[in-house]
Ligand binder design. Structure first.
Ligand code: CA
Length: 461
């Protein structure tokens, strides 16, 4: 009996793009995703041509290696078709497409791949990327120049080194044959999914109990929830633990391949043209944010490396400037705060004698923010109880004159043995937090705490 598979395919234009240049296919044996490029004119046409040609090999093969060969042949034929189409419709010049396709043959799978669409295998809780991206950033990763994390956000991550299309006359297609296991779940997707949804999210979705159809819907929905800036195409194929008796294996085509092919009317005479690769070896055919093809060249690779180096240098300079600016700002704040504290005075106990201190009583860590400014001959021990207590707690003064006024009253209290207002404990007030962030609020002095010079104090009793 032919092994049946359970599968589903969904393609969505996304939230930003005006048209869907992706195509997808899920059939009885064949599963494929194609992501077209070439700006507004050709990307949808290229992926549609590829999927329509490749789906012709959706059949049962005697061996996985036969299927592998058939797939490879189909991809090369699709490449030829795209080139011929461009020849007849020159407005499509520069179009191309990625293709990731696989054919199930019993407990094996034949795979053919070109571009940056991906095939993942979910098996025993692990997600494995089966295909390698044919992108320049992947080459940078492979050569150890950037990390996969840096590649994921690299501004040139969409630059492809290999595609099907008129841009490359002899594209190199990766093919392989792998084993299948019951319970496997295979995912094919365009970069509209893999570039915007973390692999952990993909793994989590594939791990769910949902069937293939529900999983594809969920993955597309999650991408839409993340903004879906690109077209997104998802194909899921399940290898059931127990092969079902009957499966609805009606083939599903999605994306641009599902719609009739439309070309813009050709204008005027067909030009006699050389292959694009000869005319524009380094030509960028589309906007930078779109996928585009660059022939694999050391020159372009060197350009990317130089660009990365410049970007790193820029980042380092920016960081250095930011750090220096922060250090200067902190130093200025500390200096300003220190100078502010040194405009204040308080009266307190200096080893038994009343003294005028400059600064604030509080310190920052081991740093003392005050020092004895003037000693006096007033002995703390001889002060009446309440006044003595006030001195021990220290008494704020707005100015040096205020401090001297307070000392004068303390002297009077020492002589008379009576408490002399306004000798009050230090009031609590708030300093400007931006000025001295580390100093506690009690450090501040209110000018109202002490009488203005010359102002007569009212006796408390
Ligand atoms: Ca894409």
């Amino acid at each position: 009996m032919v092994a049946r598979t359970l599968s589903a395919a969904v393609s969505h234009v996304g939230r930003i793009r005006a048209n869907n240049q992706d195509s997808g296919y899920a059939g009885a044996h064949l599963f494929a995703v194609a992501d077209g490029m070439g700006g507004h004119a050709g990307g949808d046409v290229a992926s549609a041509i590829a999927i329509r040609r490749i789906r012709e090999v959706d059949r049962d093969f005697p061996s996985a290696h036969d299927a592998e060969f058939a797939l490879q042949t189909a991809l090369i034929a699709a490449n030829q078709l795209i080139t011929e189409t461009v020849f007849e419709h020159h407005e499509l010049t520069g179009m191309g497409t990625t293709v990731s396709a696989m054919i199930r043959v019993g407990d094996e799978i034949a795979i053919a791949h070109i571009g940056d669409s991906r095939i993942y295998r979910y098996r025993d809780g692990e997600l494995t990327q089966i295909t390698n991206d044919h992108t320049f950033v992947q080459r940078l990763v492979d050569s150890g120049r950037i990390t996969p994390e840096e590649a994921a956000v690299h501004p040139r991550r969409s630059v492809l080194m290999r595609v099907l299309g008129d841009v490359d006359a002899a594209p190199e297609v990766d093919t392989t044959v792998m084993d299948l296991q019951p319970g496997d779940r295979w995912l094919l997707c365009s970069d509209g999914l893999s570039s915007y949804l973390a692999e952990e999210r993909i793994r989590h979705a594939l791990a769910s109990d949902m069937d293939a159809n529900q999983v594809t819907q969920r993955l597309v929905k999650e991408t839409l929830d993340h903004g879906a800036p690109d077209n997104v195409t998802v194909v899921v194929m399940d290898v059931p633990v127990h092969e079902p008796e009957e499966v609805d294996d009606a083939a599903t085509t999605v994306g641009s391949a599902a719609a009739p092919l439309t070309f813009e009317a050709s204008t005027g005479r067909k030009p006699i043209r050389l292959p694009t690769i000869l005319l524009h070896p380094l030509k960028v055919t589309t906007a930078p944010e779109d996928s585009h093809f660059e022939p694999e060249s050391d020159q372009y690779f060197a350009e990317l490396i130089a660009e990365d180096r410049r970007r790193r240098l820029r980042r380092r300079v920016t960081w250095t400037i930011a750090v220096v600016a922060a250090i200067i700002a902190i130093a200025a704040a500390v200096l300003f705060g220190y100078r502010w504290t040194q405009t204040l005075y308080y009266v307190g106990d200096d080893r038994g004698q009343v003294a005028i201190y400059k600064g604030v009583q509080e310190g920052i860590g081991p740093l003392t923010l005050s020092h004895v400014y003037e000693d006096t001959d007033v002995e703390v021990a001889k002060l009446p109880a309440y006044t003595k207590q006030s001195v021990k707690q220290t008494i704020n003064a707005a100015t040096l004159e205020d401090a001297r006024e307070i000392v004068a009253r303390l002297r009077k209290a020492e002589q008379t043995g009576r408490d002399q207002p306004p000798v009050t404990p230090r009031p609590t007030a708030s300093p400007s937090p931006s000025a001295v962030p580390s100093i506690t609020p009690t450090a501040t002095v209110s000018a109202a705490a002490a009488p203005a010079p010359g102002q007569e104090a009212t006796p408390r009793d």
